[in-house]
Design a binder for this molecule. Sequence first.
Ligand code: ZN
Ligand code: ZN
Length: 410
Amino acid sequence: MKTVLIVCDGMGDRPTKALNGLTPLQAADAYTFNKIASLGECGIMDVIAPGQPPGSDTAHLAIFGYDPYTQYSGRGAYEALGAGLDLKPGEVAFRCNFATVSDEGIIIDRRAGRITTEEARILAEALKDIKLEDAESIFVSTTEHRGVLVLRGDKLSRMVSDVDVHEVGVKIGKPKPLDGSIEAEHTAKVLEEFITKARKILEEHPLNKERIAKGLRPANAVLPRGAGTLPNVKPISGIWNIKAAAIAGGALYKGIAKALGFDLINVPGATGTVNTNLKAKIQYTIDALKKYDLVFLHIKATDTVSHDKNPVKKKEVIEWISHEITPLVDLIESQGYYLALTADHTTPSEIGEHRGDPVPLAIMGPNVRRDWIEKFDELSCARGSICRIKGVDLMKILMNYLDKVPLFGE
Ligand code: ZN
Ligand code: ZN
């Protein structure tokens, strides 16, 4: 027995004016989503806890069955693993933005005039020359203005403040220790040294001089945030005695899956954006079922359009995903596999940020207690037979169907 877990990022929503008071899921004409609901059992899920807006990182920890309150060790580690870096215990990783900072140190643009992936790669190359006094730095760019910094050395801690505070018009912050430890103080100093040296290199880089000459904003600063270390957890394959694989475009999701012991399946054209090659992701999921017991498929586009505050586009994205997953759902139905469809959080598309409302969930497969729900959306699923669960309960529910949960008692 096998199972597929599809997480459409930020798919949960609230009633929107643009859709006459409906959520994008309610408004969508999503035949295959509704088929999953209709063949399966439905419910809603508080991914972290009722009313708690989840980050995508903590949300996925919970969905994979790990307690986010005790097992979350910062986002940077996931970004580093997702970027293909080999993070080791004791090293601290940060997500970074290339940004534009004025001569006075005021942050003007957190995305450095939307520099391209290729430009960022050239700038990242120049940062390889940075030598720090008491640690080693590894910097790689990922997509567009984004990158990852890893600090390697003794006495490092993830308890340092964000340099990027998600605001423009403010002075570039100095990293501060977040606890009283020597390690945190040391790490803050090392981080400050990196930022200072990076700024100097970037200011003088020919690519930035060229950008200024063209009237574009230079990428003259690196802003780290989300310090993280490797989570100290048992791999998911060991917990449930399964073979697990993950298919995702975004670096964060690949990183989380890797940190939790999933095998990563790289799909050409899977970008973690609206322009992803979803057809290929579906085909790779189908192929992965030959080898794996659990295949996690992450789709980011629903969250992206929510952050863009575009409910109408979100409805269209939902319809597109529903259409594209049809061959996968048909295969699951014919083979008698299980499938769970859900979201990692609600991102109301009128607000453009994550919120703590529960998300819809449907599970189809052999002998599930099929309920009377025939539409996959926030309110229909709320009337289903799973009722209301927490995110951390989902994996055990799926593994129970796969006969992987040992008896408790006699
Ligand atoms: Zn998310
Ligand atoms: Zn989001």
